[in-house]
Design a protein around this ligand. Structure first.
Ligand code: RAM
Length: 358
């Protein structure tokens, strides 16, 4: 079985699980979509009956599937609904028809992960002019001030970049050639994290970044560029893969090529569910992430709050995000407009990786 097939099957299995959970939860809920046709605000100040379009980078990436499920859970709690719509390639072109669909459907808000910082802006401007609130999550968009939007950041951008370099440095004793296995070359989140990785590397003069390769969040492409990397740099000591698709593909390869795994240390951002077997077989020592479902859940609450007028883009505006508690909008800083941060990333290793269900 190919890595691509395996990954797609895992994604499908995850999707079925998530769909099953959503169905079960919806059955037991008195707050399901369209429950109150009057559109009266709920106790949180959010109107009922809202429709939010979730446009992830790619509907088949297991990470995005979990995030979308979090968004669905949020809107279900609020008496609204989420429509998930996007392509399967991590490109802006694959996302534009979904923005148009949201406009046609008179959606209340769009929650989008930008595959390309500016390519989506004309369509998003059109959506905004039609009264749709714009929220980015996972990977920010860059449209200047038009349309205004709120970025739901998974964790502090600088912390994500610097902590991955620090994790690797600890494991390779701050010495040797290293490389980055990224997702799409145009992805805002990846490039922002890589920028901070490069800054942090200045602290480690004996660690040298020799290459950054792009697997486009596609398992087969990630494997091809990984193999190219390993043959071009036979002395490579470490790889950082800040994408769940890249790190799981690389871990699977190293796990079945122990001679390479003995020389190359892998870390980055991974799903504990996909990575735990590689931690237990000694292929990977540690990696990081946050809860992707919580990210989608927070984005869902933020979108609904903006669409209801109970939150704004002003720094200091607060809104309730269900079981996650209250969140505050941060003012623009370091290349990011108004944003909300989910929380700090978690480091996973053999001691804790089994405790997480995502
Ligand atoms: C990938 C996606 C996503 C990134 C996570 C960590 O699945 O590229 O954008 O944030 O991994």
């Amino acid at each position: 079985m190919t890595i691509r097939t395996t990954a797609r099957r895992r994604a499908t299995a995850l999707l079925s699980l998530v769909v099953a959970c959503i169905t079960l939860a919806a059955c037991g809920s008195s707050n399901s979509a369209g429950a109150d046709p009057t559109g009266k605000p709920t106790a949180t100040g959010v109107k009922k009956g809202l429709t939010v379009y979730f446009i992830p980078k790619d509907t088949q990436n297991p990470y995005e599937v979990l995030a979308d499920a979090g968004g669905k859970k949020a809107l279900r709690e609020l008496g609204g609904k989420v429509v998930v719509s996007s392509g399967t390639a991590d490109t802006a072109a694959a996302q534009i028809p979904s923005i148009q669909a949201a406009i046609q459907a008179h959606a209340d808000a769009i929650v989008i992960a930008g595959n390309d910082p500016s390519a989506l802006c004309p369509s998003l401007n059109q959506a905004s002019a039609a009264g749709i609130k714009i929220v980015s999550f996972d990977s920010d968009i860059s449209c200047g001030t038009s349309p205004n939007h709120l970025f739901i950041n998974q964790a502090d951008t600088k912390v994500i970049g610097t902590s991955e370099v620090d994790l690797l440095a600890k494991e390779i004793h701050s010495t040797g050639q290293i490389a980055i296995l990224s997702a799409a070359a145009s992805a805002t989140n990846q490039n922002a994290w890589i920028g901070y990785m490069k800054q942090e590397l200045a602290k480690y003069p004996n660690m040298k970044l020799v290459s950054t390769v792009y697997g486009n969040d596609d398992p087969a492409t990630s494997l091809t560029v990984l193999q190219g990397l390993l043959s071009a740099y036979p002395n490579l000591k470490g790889i950082i893969s800040p994408t769940t698709v890249g790190i799981s593909t690389a871990a699977q390869y190293l796990s079945s090529h122990k001679d390479v795994a003995a020389k190359v240390t892998l870390t980055g951002l991974g799903l504990p569910s996909q990575m735990k077997s590689y931690v237990h077989d000694g292929t990977v020592k540690s990696f990081e992430l946050w809860n992707p479902s919580n990210l989608g859940y927070l984005a869902g609450y933020a979108a609904a709050s903006l669409a209801s007028g109970s939150a704004s883009l002003q720094a200091g505006s607060t809104f309730k995000a269900g079981t996650l508690g209250s969140y505050k909008v941060l003012g623009p800083a370091a290349g990011i407009g108004p944003s909300v941060v989910l929380g700090p990333p978690t480091v996973f290793d053999a001691a804790n990786v089994d405790r997480f269900d995502f």
